[in-house]
Design a binder for this molecule. Structure first.
Ligand code: FA5
Length: 340
């Protein structure tokens, strides 16, 4: 009687184990059949009623069934573990032979790129590249450029004043003075750099922007020399015809002085916020160096003369790339910067 019960139980349990579709489905079989209160435990209790030799025989059967079911459960568990591992490996598979995406390389700011191009051009024309401090003395920024205190020309460049006769340089022209102090003529130099003005910001004016100063001192330098270098500069930068106009300009450190304007390349000359609806953008003031400036820095104006210019580098970059708002250039916005 018990024999039959054991073998039926065993075959039912084996069938359930074989039919299970997950490890979770195996657990109730184990509890119901092999658990402390399971059916086999029940049968084992009933064996007490059997005669001793019968008990031994059924006991063997029971143990064999128990062991077989334990093994079947273990094998079933293993099967599910293996298939779970296989699924996981399939899901997490990576092709290690694929090339790695690599770091995203940065690029030079468009102002730096243009600055380097212009430096290369002027170096090829025999100019040296000089650097000067951004925190300047009033003497180098104004006095030595023939702009004494109270001179109205100081008002044209709203200044961030510091203490002790210092200021944030309003233009790169003080580097001319430093160049003349350090080197004897003949002298050819450019000085790119950042300048600061305490003025209200709009589409074409920033408080912080870049200029490139240029100066050539030699014997018998004329306006023709100046125009030759300015034309070479513009044709190298734009590599196409651009319309420019030259008009008189006043700067105490040059005489005669000129304003070289470029026809606005944002609107094509029809008028826009960048050119303040005028069709022209001030880009390249220049002139022949005022003899007073040479004299102040110890150069004899009877023997030497020269030209100087102060290129609005940030504006030049705007014209070259058609950037319609100067504020984009210092915004740090990667969507803008990644285009260069
Ligand atoms: C000067 O700064 C003179 N030092 C230039 C010079 C040098 C004249 C040597 C003669 C001889 P100006 O203030 O015009 O000049 O500025 C020069 C250029 O800088 C302008 O033509 C313009 O292109 C640019 N610029 C001036 N103000 C701003 C501003 N707020 N934002 C952006 N660019 C500006």
């Amino acid at each position: 009687m018990l024999d039959q019960q054991i073998s039926e139980l065993a075959s039912q349990a084996e069938a359930r184990i074989a039919a299970a579709r997950s490890a979770q489905e195996l657990e109730p079989v184990r509890v119901e059949v092999l658990g402390r209160k399971g059916v086999l435990a029940q049968i084992s209790k009933e064996m007490g009623k059997l005669a001793p030799e019968e008990r031994a025989r059924v006991g063997k059967l029971l143990n064999a069934a128990k062991q077989a079911l334990e093994e079947a459960l273990e094998a079933g568990k293993k099967r599910f573990e293996e298939s779970a591992l296989r699924d996981q490996l399939d899901a997490e598979w990576v092709d290690v032979t694929l090339p790695a995406p690599g770091p995203r390389p940065g690029s030079l700011h468009p102002v730096s790129q243009m600055q380097m191009e212009i430096e290369d051009l002027f170096v090829s024309l025999g100019f040296m590249v000089l650097d000067g401090p951004e925190v300047e003395t009033e003497y180098h920024n104004f006095d030595a450029l023939n702009i004494p205190p109270e001179h109205p020309a100081r008002d044209a460049q709203d200044t961030f004043w510091l203490t002790g006769g210092h200021l944030l340089r309003t233009h790169t022209s003080p580097v001319q003075v430093r160049g003349m102090e350090r080197f004897q003529p003949p002298l050819r130099m450019i000085a790119p750099g950042r300048v600061f003005r305490n003025e209200s910001v709009d589409a074409s004016h920033d408080h912080t922007f870049y200029q490139i100063e240029g100066m050539m001192i030699d014997r018998d330098v004329s306006v023709a020399h100046l125009l030759y270098f300015m034309k070479t500069l513009l044709s190298e930068v734009f590599r196409r015809e651009v319309t420019v106009r030259l008009r008189p300009g006043f700067f105490p450190f040059v005489e005669p002085g000129f304003e070289l304007d470029i026809q606005c390349l944002i609107c094509g000359g029809t008028g826009c916020p960048v050119c303040k609806q005028s069709g022209w953008v001030e880009l390249l003031p220049c002139g022949l160096v005022n003899p007073n400036v040479l004299r102040i820095s110890g150069i004899d104006p009877e023997k030497w003369n020269g030209f100087a210019f102060g290129l609005g580098l940030t504006r030049l970059v705007m014209m070259r790339y058609g950037i319609d708002d100067i504020r984009l250039l210092q915004s740090g916005d990667l969507r803008f910067l990644e285009q260069f």
